[in-house]
Design a protein around this ligand. Sequence first.
Ligand code: ATP
Length: 576
Amino acid sequence: MPVTLPLMTKVPSDPDAQKLLTALPSLEARLPGKEHAVAFLRRFLRSKDLHRTIYIYRKLVQLTTMRTSADFAVSQAADVFCSIRYVTDNPLVQELLQILSTPHLQALLYCYDKVTNHDFEPKIDPIPLNVDEDEAAVKIVRLIKNNEPLGATIAVKDDDEGTIEVARVLHGGAADRSGLINVGDEVHEINGVCVRGLTPDEVVDILSRITGPVTLKLTPSLKTTLQGSRECKTRVKALFDYTPEDDDSIPCPEAGLAFTRGEILHIVSQDDSTWWQARKHGDTKNRAGIIPGKQLQERREMLRRLAAKAEAERSETRPISPCHNSPRIPRQKRLRKTMYHAIQNGEYDTEAVPTYEEVELYQVKPYALRPVILVGPPGVGRNELKRRLKASNAGHFEEVLPHTSRPIRPFEIDGKEYRFISREEMQADIIAQRYAEYGEYKGNLYGTHIDSIQAVINSKKVCLLTPHTQALKLMRTSEIKPYIIYIRPPSLECLQATRSVSLARCTNSDTEDTKLFTTEELQDMIDSGHKLEERFGHLFDYVIVNADLTDALRELILITNKIEREPQWVPIGWCQ
Ligand SMILES: Nc1ncnc2c1ncn2[C@@H]1O[C@H](COP(=O)(O)OP(=O)(O)OP(=O)(O)O)[C@@H](O)[C@H]1O
């Protein structure tokens, strides 16, 4: 219901409408026969409604265009309040009075006045115009600095004058967001202080002590830099752990990004090949951090390996090969359980240094489920977990039928326990790299054919594999797309406790009999696990510690369920 306030009892005639009225007789003389139209115009120009409308319009224009006084909104609200406070018989007026009295509305109007009058801290002085005429083109950049770092690193330029230049601008940082600071810009002054000849540490010190407005006098870089607008879209999986604080060569540890192996990083800049910029996947923080570039990391890791090798050669009293499982368990003894070892095939490229692996997001395909590979040191429980996982969902998981060149025995059926083929046929496919792993036992070849893995995938079942770790490299292809789970042994105390309760049998024996694990064998399992992780850890998608068997199985069921439902990061090229 409209409220009539006692504010507009008499509306003054509008002067412009009056002028039109006085001009009407001359118009009438020039338009013979249009008396009715002119009479209508006269009535219209005299009507109170027109004058009121023009009056309101003029007031509104005045309100929106007038320069506001310091407390314009606040005082206007106070005026309105005073004008209507005695109108007690109208509930709407009462409501308006109540609204105008609320602290929130008053605070809002107060803020409105402050903002429209530009009355806020810190005040930025106008940009000085007293720049030397012969000075190279400079840009004056004004930023308000809070506790957030500027998000740029600086370096001394390779000239004789000790010029400081911007070495990198961190993506998403304050400098980047301003869009005003670019790589290669020379820094001359910070808040009027000349920085030429200072060390980067001294400049950083000046900057870190400033809060509030920072004025930077810069010479713009001559290089066309698009850094602020370009963001490279590379996604990588980190294959090593990184802690910037432990890195002596990082240009600015505070700007570094710590990560652990397996984390997905979004590489946002590779402009500097030595130090990349990255963000962690899922990290909502704006600013990117510095990480070592691939080549730098490879060089450093190679140097570390050379140093380790030299150290090992010096202490030749303890010669342990990195892939040697245990000096106490002879290698042949293990043949009994696994039948063969994939040592010739899938040999790991010891020269490759794991740094970053480019990845892409793989969408689940229900018609081609990813095979699950369980790896770990001998005796850790891979086969036990595989058996239990299979039993947990009958018909959903399937193992691969191995091929062998062994002659078929009476009562054996081809395709039940093994696929029996000739030695020549098997050798030809081994040469053609169609075996994910193979080995020889008592003069016969045994192996896992890639076509057999493919057959399980095509049957829409989840293929379960427990290959030798050496075979991983050949199995980890876009053709098979395996999900690799490492089964890690728990602590020695936990192994002793859990394995003695279950009367766990050590199957690495050269006789048909199995026996209980000795403490020495359990310690070997842990040591062997460490070596596997050091050497192949970058290939693992997930790690399960097999302490309590029920817990480990529950975790295995959860993760195998998850990979059938949720997208996963896979090496680039696997999604085609
Ligand atoms: N979490 C556990 N707690 C107790 N016993 C376990 C656990 N996991 C496995 N075991 C037992 O340990 C023994 C070895 O397990 P399993 O045969 O599965 O090892 P593996 O990793 O397949 O190694 P290998 O290939 O040498 O046999 C088995 O007797 C198994 O029942």
